[in-house]
Design a protein around this ligand. Structure first.
Ligand SMILES: Nc1ncnc2c1ncn2[C@@H]1O[C@H](COP(=O)(O)OP(=O)(O)OP(=O)(O)O)[C@@H](O)[C@H]1O
Ligand SMILES: [Mg+2]
Length: 604
């Protein structure tokens, strides 16, 4: 089955390097399509096997160092100390690599208590050579590893990856040493028992049946468009798809910067490198052949596009033609596999300064039918549990608006909805309205204003960062400010992207960190967080800022990627402009006129 993942095996590019005493590579074997497997030999020693399809090479996992800093880019290195050899893994689907590393780390720790056979005993045993692939992690491995972590008095131990600490482990260099054979006999010492996080069995959130079907279609190489109403897990699934594809040839993009950041990618425009795309085709092809951009087009085998509803038909056709031209291929989109997702009943392409009649949705483009092999739909809403609200949203989505829905929606505009001092967020169609509302409300509050400045990796490029970042460079706050979280901090406690709250005070000290009380009841001191962005030319940019933004009002575009905002119908109300247009919409809508709401919004 395609969705099945063997956690102890990787298909990737592998390099095996022999090192001199200074640690420099003196011989290198490159295997472009290699297999790396974790297993045990006939003596139950853990072994890493590298296979090039002809002959395997085995390395004992005894004294080794693991370099995992770039695991999220599908890379890691295992250095075998006694053998003076290192194995470099690259272009590996990142999710698979993470699971592989967790399996390695936990199984290795779990086997620390087993006394290794001496070389003499091994010789005597005369067992035939064997290799058995490690079985998937089980609870007993984790328990055993935890037991060993609390016992072992070895000098340097790998920090165990609990769900939370795995990221740390993946960012560090670890030296893993087998305990001395006499280790079991030595008195048991507990090293900093409270400092080591307890390991837990890593379980990835399970995909639903329909999500699995999409993933399998993608892994079988099909060009897929999948849709579904808001909150059906499209972006969630996209992230999983991206994590299952080889990173070197996979480009994750979205029509807007914020949506791109949500899936860890770039904007489609930045991938394409043709500016706004308004230049004629010949000129656009030239632009796409500039150094730094051309490489996107030639190395891309899988192109992911989120929020496709905001991509214009003309732009899509242009990209398709550019792909064929640059890749010298007659296949649709130059043979690039397309994984496209979005909801055409949500926001349409931005039509600023253009004739509204001339803007078409992507599915109306000439090349769409040639390019997309499969259309799939996610139907299960994962974001909300409030059944009444879900059915209200579903009805509006397709333009079916019975009296009671109309009444409920219109009422929301007049509600001054307040719970525990936290006001409902006003949804506006225009950024200017949002800014004005937030600025005025902040001004009205008494008390001292605190300003928090972001730390950008490249301050000169703050505009590029601004375009993709969910947080601004300057964050102004006062006690009483209505705010929204812009990052998942602790999903279990409800501290998720889009959670709303109010600033209760600032911590003493010169940092003066804001303390926020959220609707979910949690009170949290908000520290600096980091966002990474991919700019053109493979450049990485980052911003560090408090993950907050003012939230008396937000734009509909922003609300597209805020997962918690729309969780309850009490938690939002509509701005007056939107409301008056909604009136028009409600009067004019009919089941046939499915995009009515969106077209109405376009009138602004
Ligand atoms: N299989 C799953 N297991 C657990 N949580 C899930 C799953 N699928 C989706 N979710 C959760 O459901 C919520 C909505 O998902 P997501 O943001 O991907 O929806 P979407 O379809 O992209 O919505 P929109 O159209 O508004 O962009 C998220 O909080 C996500 O983590
Ligand atoms: Mg989404």
């Amino acid at each position: 089955m395609l969705g099945h993942i063997e956690p102890a095996e990787l298909q990737c590019t592998v390099a095996v390097e022999r090192l001199n005493p200074a640690g420099q590579a003196i011989k290198r074997q490159l295997i472009r399509k290699g297999t790396v497997t974790l297993g045990r030999n006939e003596f139950q020693d853990m072994v890493l096997r590298v296979h090039d399809g002809i002959s395997p090479q085995n390395f004992m996992l005894r004294d080794f160092q693991l370099f995992t800093r770039f695991a999220k880019d599908g890379k890691c290195t295992v250095k075998f100390i006694p053998e003076s050899t290192q194995v470099l893994v690259s272009d590996c689907p990142p999710d698979r690599l993470k699971m592989f590393l967790k399996t390695l780390s936990i199984k290795h720790q779990a086997s620390q208590g087993i006394k290794p056979m001496s070389d003499r005993d091994k010789l005597r045993a005369g067992l035939p050579r064997a290799f058995e692939t490690l079985s998937p992690l089980q609870l007993k491995d984790v328990q055993k590893a935890n037991e060993m972590r609390s016992k072992v008095n070895a000098p340097i131990q790998p920090k165990g990856p609990s769900e939370r600490s795995v990221n740390k482990v993946l960012g560090e260099r670890k030296q893993v040493k087998r305990p001395r054979p006499d280790c079991d006999a030595s008195p048991v010492k507990t090293l900093h028992p409270n400092k080591k996080p307890v390991l837990v069995l890593p379980v990835a959130q399970k995909l639903s049946k329909e999500q699995t079907a999409v993933l399998n279609a993608v892994l079988s190489g099909k060009n897929v468009f999948f849709t579904g109403s808001a909150g059906t897990g499209k972006s969630f699934l996209l992230k999983r798809i991206i994590g299952s594809l080889p990173p070197k040839s996979t480009y994750a993009t979205a029509s807007t910067g914020v949506a791109a950041c949500h899936i860890g990618g770039t904007t489609l425009h930045s991938f394409a490198g043709i500016g706004s795309g308004s230049a004629p085709l010949e000129q656009s092809i030239e632009l796409a052949q500039r150094p730094g951009v051309m490489q996107h087009w030639t190395s891309c085998k899988h192109l992911v596009i989120d929020e496709i509803s905001m991509v214009e038909a003309e732009f899509f056709d242009k990209l398709e033609a550019i792909a064929r031209s640059i890749r010298r291929s007659t296949e649709p989109f130059g043979g690039i596999q397309l994984i496209v997702c979005g909801d055409f009943l949500q926001l349409p392409p931005v039509t600023k300064g253009k004739d509204i009649q001339k803007a078409y949705f992507c599915f109306q483009s000439r090349s769409w039918r040639k390019c997309i092999h499969m259309n799939m739909e996610l139907t299960e809403v994962r974001r909300q549990t409030d059944k009444a609200f879900i059915s209200l949203l579903q009805a509006v989505r397709v333009g079916r608006v019975p009296e009671e829905v109309t009444a409920q929606l219109l009422r929301s505009a007049y509600h001054s909805i307040e719970r525990d001092g936290i006001l409902a967020t006003r949804l506006c169609t225009h950024k200017d309205d949002v800014e004005l509302t937030n600025e005025n409300k902040l001004k009205e509050l008494p008390g001292v204003m605190r300003v928090f400045e972001a730390v950008d990796s490249d301050p000169m490029l703050f505009q590029t960062i601004d375009a993709q970042s969910p947080v601004s460079r300057l964050l102004q706050l006062k006690v009483g400010a209505q705010v929204m979280l812009t990052k998942n901090l602790d999903v279990q406690r409800g501290l998720v992207n889009g959670a709303r709250g109010v600033v209760v005070d600032f911590q003493p000290g010169n940092q003066g960190l804001p303390r926020v009380r959220f609707l979910c009841g949690a009170v949290e001191v908000i520290k600096r967080e980091r966002w990474m962005f991919k700019a053109s030319g493979g450049l990485y940019l980052s911003r560090q800022q408090r993950p907050l933004k003012l939230a008396w009002a937000i734009s509909i575009h922003k609300s597209q990627v805020s997962s918690a905002l729309m969780s309850h119908h009490e938690s939002f109300c509509i701005g007056s402009k939107l409301q008056s247009n909604l009136n028009i919409f409600l009067r004019e809508s009919s089941p046939k006129n499915e995009n009515c709401l969106l077209l109405t919004l376009k009138l602004f």
